[in-house]
Design a protein around this ligand. Sequence first.
Ligand code: GAR
Length: 217
Amino acid sequence: MSLSVVVLISGSGSNLQALIDQSLKGKLDITIKAVISNKADAFGLARAVQANVPTKFINHKDFSTREEFDSELQKAIDQHQPDLVVLAGFMRILTEGFTRHYDGKMLNIHPSLLPKYKGLNTHQRAIDANENEHGVSVHFVSAELDAGAVIIQAATEIAENDTADSLSKKIHTLEHTIYPLAIKWISEKRLAYASGKVMLDSELLPETGIRYHQDLN
Ligand code: GAR
């Protein structure tokens, strides 16, 4: 049976688009039940409408505490009883209760080779630190920001003339490959998660997850 998914966004939604495209091509067996945004003008909402996916806007500014916003968000998600919650550029710090509610059922994509560069401005920080490489990680969400168990990472070299912008473009291309791939593994029941550990095809993954290479499928 198709994996039911709710996607949370705050912006452009290019990762959402990658999931929609893979699913339309029959390469990813998911049903996107809803796309929820905390920003009214997130372009991802238009992408969802275009794909006939129901959308919802919940303005975090309407709530005086994180707990109240997360509780409203949780209600909106649980209405769809999804198998998986996918954070795709959802730029909110989540409360512990919310993350616990979706333990093992919520993924995030973060533009760095975790555990390096948690938080914001990851591309510029990697350049400023004279890193040779930079990348992106897909991980289960835990209470601590950008610290949950990693499933897969993809890396790219930082060229001498790279800027935060050019690096962001390279990273986005990688994101559109590894996020659908991680979700495909879940839909195929090849990925198991328990107590902060991830197994793929019954093999325990290292702390930094699997490193993407072209033969992976
Ligand atoms: C992506 O680069 C994603 O890794 C990042 O937001 C961007 C969303 O792009 N997420 C974070 O920084 C989360 N901490 P998109 O809206 O085009 O999918």
